[in-house]
Every structure is written in C-alpha cells, then in structure tokens.
Design a protein. Sequence first.
Length: 188
Amino acid sequence: MNGNLRWLWFNLVYFRRPTWDTRVSPPELFRFLESHPAGSALDLGCGTGTNLITMASYGWQVTGIEYAWRAVQIARGRLKKAGIPGKVWAGDVTVMNQVRERFDLVLDMGCYHGIPLRRRAAYRTNLIRWLAPGGAYLLYAHCLAAGASVGISEAEMDAFSPDLRLRERQDGFENELRRSVWLRFERA
Ligand SMILES: C[S@@+](CC[C@H](N)C(=O)[O-])C[C@H]1O[C@@H](n2cnc3c(N)ncnc32)[C@H](O)[C@@H]1O
C-alpha cells in the first residue's frame, strides 16, 4: 500500500474501532514508567490516546502526533474528559515542523513499521530532533518478513545509531503469528 492509500485507510478504519485500539497499554510501557522518573513524553502515531493517558497517570507531560483525523478527535476528547493538559497534534510524523520541543521519552507503538521506506529517514531525522540528550526512544514494531511492506529490518534497527544506543531488546510474536520486537534506545 502506498503512503496516500495507507493514510486514507487509517482515516477510515477509525470510524470503527480497529483491532489494535484495545484501550489498554502494554506491560512494556508500564515497566518503563515504573522504572523512570516522570518527564515529557511524545507518542508518535498515538491513535486514540490510550498511552498518553497512561503516561499522564504516571505524572508525565504528554504530547501526541497522529494523522488519522478521527483518532485525533477521539484522543483529544479522551484527554479533555480525563482532565489531562496534553496536546495532540494532527499531522504526519515524517513532516511536522511545528513541534519544536524536546522530550525525555519518545514512544512509538506500531507507527514506524508502516511508514513507507522512502519516508523513514525523515522520521529518524525528526526523532533525533525531538529526543532530548539522554532521553529514551521506546519502539514496538513488527519485524519485516519476506515480501512484506510493513515491518522493520535488522539493518533499520542499526540505522538509529550512532545517534541512539540500543539499551534493551525483547523479541516476541504478535498473536503468536507475526514476529515483533520491543526496542529501547537512549539518545547519546
Ligand atoms: C497500529 S496503529 C497504533 C496506534 C497507537 N499507537 C496504539 O498503540 O493504539 C498506528 C497509528 O499510527 C498512525 N500513523 C501511521 N503513520 C503515521 C504518520 N506518518 N504520521 C502520523 N501518524 C501515523 C496511524 O494513523 C495509527 O493511528
């Protein structure tokens, strides 16, 4: 699927509740929040804001970026209802020049692995711009399988260095089917 079709697909899919929108944050995120002091966090492709709400409940100041309009509306509504003073930007994480702050944590659950290959360098440039020195980048992605367009390859995991150092890697399977990985990097 090319980038425009994918954008359209994400915009449509949020008119129903997509399968990944479980409204429950994963244990890997809780583990991080329980072992790090609160700061500022940016969620790339934040969907309907579940992880923003979880991070805010641990005292983090939260910001999200999301390009599916319906998801942005839902995320903003959920933050407002929960009394969380976070911000959800509507836009593409590979573009978004408006976000000028730096963050102690950048989270990406399921966004990077679907970004068209030709836009991934732009994503990484933005990531480095947004991540404060010493900050953490927490990434959950599907691993690239032969013939697939969605996923992250081993070479791409290496492409985050030398700006980022890999601190933790946890391999797994999503729905016992698709290889997936959690990566925690630290900004050098
Ligand atoms: C698999 S969903 C995961 C959503 C959310 N992180 C969660 O865990 O519920 C991927 C999300 O990334 C968003 N997304 C994909 N590409 C994007 C881009 N280039 N800029 C902004 N958002 C993007 C999609 O609209 C979708 O909400």
